[in-house]
Design a protein around this ligand. Sequence first.
Ligand code: C2E
Ligand code: CA
Ligand code: CA
Ligand code: CA
Length: 278
Amino acid sequence: AKTGSRNCFQFYVASVDQEMRERKRLEKDLAGALDKAQFHLVYQPQISLENGRIIGAEALLRWEHPERGLVPPDLFIPLAELSGSIVDIGRWVLDQACHQAAQWASEGMPMRIAVNLSAVQLRQHDIVETVLETLERHQLPANRLELEVTETTVMTNLEDAIAKLHRFKRKGIQIAVDDFGTGYSSLTYLKRMPVQHLKIDKQFVRDLLINEEDTRIANTIIDLGKSLNLSVIAEGVETPEQEHYLRQRGCQLAQGYFFSKPLQSQEFESFVVKFHDK
Ligand code: C2E
Ligand code: CA
Ligand code: CA
Ligand code: CA
């Protein structure tokens, strides 16, 4: 038992050490990724369940690492937030997304574009100016841009965050609460938040109609949206049963693999044409 536990301890030290080195290397690569043009965006269609039309897309960031291939955003975004590089990366995402939306509009395909905004970005004192300048640069009307923030993002810096969201709103930019129901917030604060959309997190959609609790939670969010006059979007919709249920229950918008995975910009364009054709 004695030698066993010692070996175990050594193994533990070695693996933690290796993990640390792995992380440091990834952080270093991440710091250079923007300059090396290793990022690109993919676009996931958002569909109106009321009229079956594609009304917009969520822009999702992809990092193509030269040796590792695609690194999942759930892995590198937290690192970028810790190092602060999310500020520059986020500015690039915003610029790309607005550029794309302006391009689509000029091709007769107006789309609302949803961009994820990290807590670190929202904390920047010049974030509102940055966003407005980006819209201006691409001549994109403010109501074509939607910013997705989580409850936690808003709650960790409440007064400042709410003030900034009000400034976005006054300019006509739309705000969605992402991952709604998974974070730390309350109805009191939700009432104070100048938001227009609630996003039902995919964890509640996954087992919709299988797990009774998840069904009730989704229902509650849809009803909450109705009473607060917010539109509700379900993410992670994968099956026709989920789509049908959400539609007849009065959820306005949906996105998920049932319609389409996130697509490169050209794939997105052909998807829209085909989808509206049928
Ligand atoms: P999120 O904002 O909640 O994005 C939804 C995630 O669900 C995306 O993962 C999307 O690809 C995935 N998804 C879409 N449809 C389905 C479906 O039907 N089933 C399932 N199981 N998943 C689906 P992705 O692209 O890997 O992004 C993960 C997270 O990384 C995002 O979660 C978001 O928090 C963050 N992220 C992505 N891009 C950005 C960005 O540009 N900036 C910031 N700050 N965060 C980003
Ligand atoms: Ca999102
Ligand atoms: Ca989510
Ligand atoms: Ca998320």
